[in-house]
Ligand binder design. Structure first.
Ligand code: SF4
Length: 325
């Protein structure tokens, strides 16, 4: 079995606002293994991006509790210098909108060379050669010309390829990709996903992919973590999750996915809305929207239980206590 690379242990990232405390990520635990693509899926506001930003230590306010172990060391306890040596070097991030991540006044070449020079003992000439290799690797022709181009001269798909080249520049062990294809049209989206799959195969890179799109999950994931209202509510290997979803929310997400070659008059949507993150109680946060809601669901939070197939679900339907009510 592959080794654990990242372990989120009881992570809590809360934001204090004038209206109250937003528990954006609340007691979240899961593991990313070496060479694995782990997809974190859920509606917007479920805490998936905040989990990724907590890992990258990119939030102004640090998590209020828990640990994020990277190769056994807690990233949350590291000083700024140590974390900056890991960020961009061992863990790299790709964002949704490449235009806002690239610096518009620097050439593509300068932006790829910068992290190489920062993290590796190489000359500028060697860094340039590596940058051109990377532009080729991500499938952009005329790499030398692109090296001297500015971001606005490239298409959206090419800019995202450049972001992937920057992410790869220091051979990271983990790439965190937050909705990397959402801003792209479907053809380019498929090409970028192919590229990420190739990279994972070639370099055995682990990928943490944040997405709301179950089509992307089906294509990319080895393992899936489903989040809802700041909590992990289900997790399982991808085939197990798609064939045997357990949580009513996951079942709803799968039902809401369009099916090719099947006539659907109207797409299903899960009734109701995500609860106000300030008013979350100690109960199942999905209870307002759940057709199976029982008394216990409104009174007590279901634990994330593990079954013998390695499938975890937080729902009273699968707990003895829930069955007895
Ligand atoms: Fe529905 Fe209860 Fe399960 Fe929550 S715990 S998903 S309300 S059955």
């Amino acid at each position: 079995m592959a080794k654990d690379l990242v372990e989120f242990r009881n992570l809590k990232t809360h934001f204090h606002t004038s209206a109250g405390t937003v528990k954006a990520v609340d007691d979240v635990s899961f593991t990313i293994r070496e060479g694995e693509t782990l997809c974190v899926v859920g509606e917007s506001g479920c805490g998936k991006s905040v989990t990724a930003m907590s890992l990258m230590r990119l939030l102004e306010v640090p998590p209020v509790g828990g640990e994020i172990l990277f190769e056994g060391k807690d990233l949350l306890q590291m000083n700024k210098r140590d974390i900056s040596m890991i960020r961009g070097n061992e863990i790299a991030m790709i964002f949704q909108e490449p235009m806002s991540s690239l610096n518009p006044v620097l050439t593509i070449g300068e932006q790829i060379v910068e992290p190489i020079m920062l993290h590796q003992l190489v000359t500028r000439k060697e860094a340039r050669t590596r940058a051109i290799e990377l532009i080729n690797l991500v499938g952009i022709p005329r790499a030398e010309k692109i090296y001297d181009s500015y971001p606005h001269e490239l298409s959206g798909g090419m800019r995202q390829r450049i972001m992937i080249a920057i992410a790869l520049s220091c051979n990271p062990k983990l790439i965190v990709a937050d909705e990397p294809t959402t801003a792209l049209d479907v053809t380019i989206q498929a090409q970028i996903l192919d590229l990420m799959r190739d990279i994972k195969k070639k370099f055995n890179t682990s990928i943490m992919l944040i997405t709301h799109d179950l089509g992307v999950v089906a294509e990319m994931a080895d393992y899936v973590v489903v989040m809802y209202a700041g909590k992990v509510i289900e997790e399982a290997p991808v085939i197990e999750l798609f064939q045997n979803p357990k949580h009513p929310y996951t079942k709803g997400l799968l039902k809401a996915k369009p099916v090719i070659n099947q006539k659907q008059d109207r797409l299903y949507s899960i009734p109701g809305q995500v609860p106000n993150p300030i008013e979350l109680g100690n109960n199942c946060h999905f209870h307002d929207r759940c057709e199976f809601c029982m008394k216990i669901c409104t009174e007590k939070e279901p634990p994330l239980g593990l079954d013998p197939d390695g499938h975890k679900v937080a729902c009273w339907l699968y707990e003895e206590e829930g069955k007895q009510k």
